[in-house]
Design a protein around this ligand. Structure first.
Ligand code: NDP
Length: 328
């Protein structure tokens, strides 16, 4: 067998962590032949809970699990990390202003970026899940100047998967019949799930569905507000689906997109589609050989342009806010 890949998970004792770790340890993140060593980062008061999760991981006797370290120390957590899943974040609590939220998260993602810069493996790949994910990724990245910018990504795969599920229900086709779904912009209520380039069994999805009212009044808001609907129904935020999307994101990044398909990832913009350079924004991407590439040359109509611009404007505001706070 090969040398274990070191996978660091922050916020490991949280709900998403609980749904994520068992899937990583069973080989679903990197593949059935790749042994993994887990590094669990938690804040001191949650280390004990992480130890409990680690006991359960041990009890699963996963053949691919080469070891588990639990720590509240950043250097230990990111030392030699090949994959870093940044899940732990400061959630917005009642009465908290957006500036407070960005500042609290800056206090988490700035030192994590620095630790990744100083200690992670040369091939480190970072996925930020903790919200506000795009801007947290921007903060971490700007404190890791020695790590190539393309290694910092944020998760919009859950939005992508939610969009696939809604379209599959509407069209009465299995999810596997749908290709080339796209999420643009911020992982927030302004995100734009775009079906105009999507295909259902090889035909244009928007033509197959042919229902602009559904698109505007049902599909887009349902996908964008799905998180709130789950909290309402379940009494807790989505966790297993978020963990599943994190697994999908890294698996696709490392193992590639299928021929004739793409996925959605929030990545550092190179200016494509008018998204200002440096913003961490969601794009359609293909992956191959462990690298992502933004799909180029898509035609963007006025409807889509307006939606993309609105979400990107929100990202620019968040960037300006964290810049104002001295976090980047
Ligand atoms: P969860 O595990 O449910 O969520 C973790 C983060 O993921 C939150 O920021 C959450 O944002 C975000 N998230 C992104 N997408 C989704 C989604 N679709 N559904 C739900 N959440 C999503 O949070 P818990 O409170 O259970 O656990 C967080 C853990 O992180 C705690 O154990 C805490 O101790 C730890 N933590 C660790 C830090 C560290 O290691 N340095 C720093 C801060 C916290 P949102 O809240 O907006 O839903």
């Amino acid at each position: 067998t090969s040398t274990p890949v070191t996978v660091t998970v922050t916020g490991a004792a949280g709900q998403i962590g609980y749904a994520l770790l068992f899937r990583i340890a069973s080989g679903q993140l990197l593949g059935p032949d790749v042994p993994v060593r887990l590094r669990l980062l938690e804040i001191p008061q949650a280390v004990k809970a992480a130890e409990g999760t680690a006991m359960e991981l041990e009890d699963c006797a996963f053949p691919l699990l080469a070891g588990i370290d639990i720590t509240d120390d950043l250097k230990t957590a990111f030392d030699g990390a090949n994959v870093a899943l940044l899940v732990g974040a400061r959630p917005r609590t009642k009465g908290m202003e957006r500036g407070d939220l960005l500042e609290a998260n800056g206090g988490i993602f700035k030192p994590q970026g620095e630790a990744i810069n100083a200690h992670a493996a040369e091939d480190v790949r970072v996925l930020v899940v903790g919200n506000p994910a795009n801007t947290n990724a921007l903060i971490a990245r700007s404190h890791a100047p020695d790590v190539p910018a393309d290694r910092f990504t944020a998760m919009t795969r859950l939005d992508h998967n939610r969009a696939l599920a809604q379209l599959s229900k509407k069209a009465g086709v299995p999810v596997s019949a749908i290709k080339k779904m796209t999420i643009w912009g911020n992982h927030s209520a302004t995100q734009y799930p775009d079906i105009f380039h999507a295909e259902i069994n090889g035909r244009g999805a928007a033509e197959v569905v042919d229902d602009q009212a559904w698109l505007e009044n049902d599909f887009i808001p349902t996908v964008a507000k799905r998180g709130a609907a789950i909290i309402e129904a379940r009494g807790a935020s989505s966790a297993a689906s978020a963990a599943g999307a994190a697994i999908d994101h890294v698996h696709t990044w490392v193992n590639g997109t299928a021929e004739g398909d793409w996925t959605s990832m929030a990545v550092v913009s190179d200016g494509s589609y008018g998204v200002p350079e440096g913003l961490v924004s969601s794009f359609p991407v293909t992956c191959s050989g462990g690298r992502w590439e933004i799909v180029q040359g898509l035609e963007i109509d006025d409807f889509s342009r307006g939606r993309i611009d609105a979400s990107v404007a929100e990202l620019a505001e968040e960037r300006d806010a964290v810049r104002g706070l001295g976090l980047i």
